[in-house]
Design a protein around this ligand. Structure first.
Ligand code: NAP
Length: 459
């Protein structure tokens, strides 16, 4: 090894140790928040070459500052069920970082929600929003409320109670929530109605994911799933390939999964499996998307019902979708749904690309296995950014009191996803890790936010 190479190696080692110490500080400062530790660890793992190039980020503690939310709000949500029984839930909004614009990120209603989940999602959102190139900061919120099995009236009363506290922290220039797991157009409608009632303001830009007739944007419903497939297509193109003719497996059967399957089909691929938290369906003849929509969007039923209508389909509640051989896998359900074992199963079955529609669906061990196997691996903070990017397009339309048609909006989404892909791809090359989209996304997302924070001083 030459003297220069040796010196560079020593420097890299010293920076890695410094980043490890910072990671330990984050863990100790946020006890018990394991998903947040994981998200922070995954980003810090890739930042060594950045802080070697920009030592001011270390000197001025930009990493520690980014890992500390600007504001964390936790509140009580009381509501009454149809039988007159009282319930207590906990609401959260973590306003993580506003260096690039108003806090922007969804609300999740799921019984697993606690501060550690909201902080992992909010942290990821900072870098994702930065990658979109739109002027939006990062935030996330939600509640441990379980919408499953609740009546329309119960959902409405919960949403109204939730917004009765949250409204005072929101505003089109301050904090703009959207949907996530358990929060779709229905819930956004109830929350927007309550916001309007309390504030006496028709402030369209305060929530995104609104109905088309009252300030929503065409393509917002489809955006995360479509965007994820656009990203997959760009990745495959760099390898001289395409989604056309590929057998695809998708997890989940919610908003992201449904529209990922729709776009796969439109681009000539074949989605053959999808799932929910009870089990999965395998339909060798190709998933009938209209049937999934009918079951999930209209009846709010279980994916097992699909097999009642399609002879070609098999339902199973044993194993996972990742056991089904496929060319491309799209995890679109939830965090940590691809542990190492599932990753190994995908690799040994010949999968060539894994593209994350969900947030952090692959464990660090699983992600490392994909990188080691040379599989194209698109991390969620880049691949699923189409949703928030289209939310920002919704805000633009609200601000100009305009509404764009479907084709125009979809073209904008495609352009944004192509730019995000290019930025991750080129950044990975620039920092010496070609083909590593995880590093490319983290580094490109981080640099923009860190530079803005640095320029804005100690605030
Ligand atoms: P959704 O419409 O509520 O659908 C979630 C799907 O995942 C459902 O099929 C659900 O099954 C399944 N699921 C949830 N928790 C699960 C668990 N613990 N194990 C197995 N399956 C589970 O939510 P979504 O909006 O599609 O969001 C899915 C993922 O994408 C999340 O990670 C979310 O953060 C991410 N994401 C969403 C958007 C967006 O615009 N919506 C944008 C970026 C990222 P059940 O019905 O059985 O619960």
């Amino acid at each position: 090894m030459t003297t220069i190479a040796l010196r560079q190696n020593v420097q890299l080692q010293a920076v890695r140790e410094r980043l490890n110490t910072i990671y330990e500080e984050i863990v100790n400062r946020n006890p018990g928040e394991k998903e947040f530790h994981q998200a922070a660890g995954e980003v810090l793992e890739t930042l060594a070459p950045v802080v070697i190039k920009h030592p001011q980020f270390l000197d001025h503690k930009l990493i520690q500052r980014i890992a500390e939310p600007e504001r964390q709000i936790i509140f009580r949500v009381l509501w009454q069920d149809d039988k007159g029984h009282d319930h207590i839930n906990r609401g959260f909004r973590v306003e993580f970082n506003s260096a690039l614009g108003p806090y922007k990120g969804g609300l999740r209603f799921h019984p697993s929600v606690y501060l550690g989940i909201i902080k992992f999602l909010g942290f990821e959102q900072i870098f994702k929003n930065s990658l979109t190139g739109m002027p939006i900061g990062g935030g996330k919120g939600g509640s441990d409320f379980d919408p499953k099995g609740k009546s329309e009236g119960e959902i409405m009363r919960f949403c109204q109670s939730f917004m009765t506290e949250l409204y005072r922290h929101l505003g089109e220039h301050t904090d703009v929530p959207a949907g996530d797991i358990g929060v779709g157009g229905r819930e956004i409608g109830y929350m927007f109605g309550q916001y309007k009632r309390i504030t006496n303001r028709y402030e369209s830009g305060v929530l995104t994911g609104k109905g088309i007739g009252w300030g929503g944007s065409l393509v917002r419903t489809e955006a995360t799933g479509y965007g994820c497939v656009f990203f997959a297509e760009e990745m495959l193109k760099t390898a001289g390939n395409s989604i056309e003719g590929k057998k695809c497996v998708v997890s989940g059967s919610g908003n992201v999964a449904i529209y990922a399957m729709e776009k796969i089909k439109q681009l000539g691929g074949k989605p053959v499996a999808c799932s929910d938290s009870n089990g999965f369906i395998y339909d060798e003849s190709g998933i009938n998307i209209e049937l999934v929509k009918e079951i999930k969007e209209n009846r709010r039923g279980r994916i097992s019902e699909y097999a009642d209508f399609r002879k070609s389909a098999k339902y199973s509640d044993k194993g996972t979708v990742w056991d089904i051989p496929c060319d491309v896998a799209f995890p679109c359900a939830t965090q940590n749904e691809i542990p190492l074992e599932a990753a190994k199963s995908l690799i040994s079955n010949g999968c060539i690309a894994v593209v994350e529609g969900a947030n952090m669906p692959t464990t660090p061990e699983g992600a490392q296995a994909f990188l080691d196997a040379g599989i194209l691996f698109g991390p969620g903070k880049a691949a699923n950014a189409g949703g928030v990017a289209t939310s920002a397009l919704e805000m633009q339309q609200n601000a100009s009191r305009d509404s764009w048609d479907f084709d125009f909006t979809e073209k904008k989404l495609l352009g944004i996803m192509q730019n995000i892909h290019r930025s991750c791809h080129e950044t990975a090359i620039e920092f010496g890790v070609p083909g590593n989209y995880v590093a490319g996304a983290n580094i490109a997302g981080f640099i923009k936010v860190a530079q803005a924070m640095f320029a804005q001083g100690l605030v």
